[in-house]
Design a protein around this ligand. Structure first.
Ligand code: BG6
Length: 492
């Protein structure tokens, strides 16, 4: 047997892309509720419509910096995909039953902060929101699935973003701590697997962390990361204090990266890139302090983090139990990338790797890269790992008889699961679970599209909000069911 007994098999979703019910049950607005759809294939970005101090409206791309005094709004004439998304809020019983039928013994989902604290910093939590998740977790348990809960997945409360500059401000950290304490206390005994901050290494934009000028203001970006680290450490420490059974992981977007060539300049460029985009975040959350090269970088750039007494201790006391990460693709890194061609990733950009095929969205398909990452991470930290996102975003066709024959997705899954098997069996890594992304169709985070589908379950909803939200099992549903029910033995 390659996969250990009790291996966690499941799927992953996030509230802001899946839940909908954006104002139901006392929920407040999150930044994601003000983000429009886009078109990833034609590179039309998602947008924010903001109100400027003089009352005029302006549009900004989702990957642009915003003026610090701009306030994102919900424009009545604009379509926002997160408002309905694929409506877990009203379909949760049906969806959880489908996940259980597929053989999940774990289900990764996130709590929407604004369902619990509508403004993020309210004095009292919203009982209706707390009850909603309690019902969901109880149903998961009844169906034999452990909830794996992301505490923060790209859903900064809009109030904190507009008024406090999101995670750039210590006020947001303080509000987050109250939110964390509330949910850890309430769900004690119901949830034991937690993830702190989703893709913390990509959490520096208005979209992901509510900071207005994270792309252009380096000092503020570093302060934003610092607060996120403290928030994560606080969650880990408190989770352990509240219940010794709790296991808490970080969450990093961890694609593979390769030097473009054996030219030492390319090798060094890749080292620096991996430091900046991955290891910095792992080192702080696994080891509990900033790595030497980062300290030097901050000194060199004259950036002094605003710290408070007790912060250093908290970082040390709040180190994670396991390393969880998303893996979709890989990139090649060159010292002089001009003229070499870009390989699009969700949030990263490298140069085109001539050895790899890519998805319709330009994400390279690289199963062996996953094995390389598993080895590198395990070599560095020697703690258990979990792959909490992986999958293929593709356009699916519903045939006249209603079937969806997504053989391309099955092929992608098979190759990645084979890689996991090899990494466990041959390399001896400690892998504890696998929750592929968007196990049911949901809104793409990067592009806001519905047509970029990852699911094993199809949801009838398009890019303009048309569809009856009915669910259908794709061919990959049955494939994953076979894999899960055989504990990963039957993957052909
Ligand atoms: C990760 C995120 O970036 O990748 C998810 O944690 C996201 O929220 C997923 O949906 C896939 O990216 P995309 O842009 O295809 O939705």
């Amino acid at each position: 047997m390659s996969f250990p007994k009790g291996f966690l098999w499941g799927g992953a979703t996030a509230a802001n892309q899946y839940e909908g019910g954006y104002l139901s049950g006392g929920k407040g607005l999150a930044v994601a509720d003000t983000l429009t759809g886009g078109d990833g294939i034609h590179n039309i970005p998602r947008k924010f419509i903001v109100e400027m101090p003089d009352g005029t409206k302006k549009e900004f791309g989702g990957r642009e910096s915003l003026p610090v005094d701009a306030k994102a709004i919900v424009d009545p004439d604009t379509y926002y995909p997160s408002h309905v998304a694929t409506d877990f809020y009203h379909h949760w019983k049906e969806d959880l039953a489908l996940f259980a039928e597929m053989g999940f013994n774990v289900y990764r989902m996130s709590i929407n902060w604004t369902r619990i604290f509508p403004n993020g910093d309210d004095t009292q939590p919203n009982e209706e929101g707390l009850q909603f998740y309690e019902d969901v977790f109880k149903e998961c348990k009844r169906l034999g699935m452990e909830p794996l809960v992301t505490i923060y997945h790209f859903d900064c409360p809009l109030h904190l973003a507009n008024e406090y500059d999101g995670w750039a401000s210590r006020h947001t950290l303080d509000a987050f701590k109250v939110y964390v304490k509330t949910i850890l206390t309430r769900y004690k005994g119901l949830v034991k697997y937690w993830l702190t901050i989703n893709e913390i290494n990509f959490t520096r934009s208005f979209k992901n962390s509510g900071i207005h000028d994270g792309y252009t203001n380096k000092a503020k970006t570093e302060q934003n990361y610092y607060h996120l680290f403290l928030g994560s450490a606080y969650a880990v420490k408190l989770a352990h204090e509240i219940d010794q059974e709790n296991k808490v992981g970080l969450m990093i977007a961890h694609g593979a990266s390769y030097p473009y060539s054996c030219n030492p300049e390319d090798v060094f460029a890749e080292l620096n890139n991996a430091h900046d985009t991955k290891w910095f975040f792992g080192d702080v959350q696994v080891r509990g302090y900033y790595p030497a090269w980062k300290v030097k970088e901050l000194e060199r750039e004259g950036i002094v983090l605003k710290k408070e007494p007790g912060d250093d201790e908290l970082l040390k006391e709040g180190t994670v139990d396991f390393y969880s990460f998303s893996y979709y693709s890989s990139q090649a890194i060159a010292a002089h990338p001009e003229e070499l061609g870009v390989s699009e990733g969700n949030q990263t950009q490298g140069v085109k790797n001539p050895y790899l095929e890519a998805s319709a969205w330009g994400w390279t398909i690289d199963p062996l890269g996953l094995r390389i990452c598993l080895n590198q991470i395990y070599d560095r930290y020697q703690i258990p790992m979990m792959i909490v996102e992986n999958g293929l975003g593709a356009i699916d066709k519903v045939e006249e008889d209603g079937s969806i024959n997504d053989d391309y997705r099955i092929d992608y899954m098979r190759k990645h699961i084979q890689t996991m098997k090899d990494a466990i069996e041959i390399d001896g890594v400690d892998l504890m679970g696998y929750t592929p992304w968007g196990c049911i169709d949901l809104v793409s985070a990067g592009t806001g599209e519905m047509r970029k589908r990852y699911g094993f379950i199809y949801v009838d909803m398009d890019d303009d909000g048309n569809g009856d939200l009915s669910r259908k099992r794709k061919k990959s549903f049955y494939y994953m069911q076979k894999v899960y029910k055989s504990n990963g033995e039957d993957i052909d």
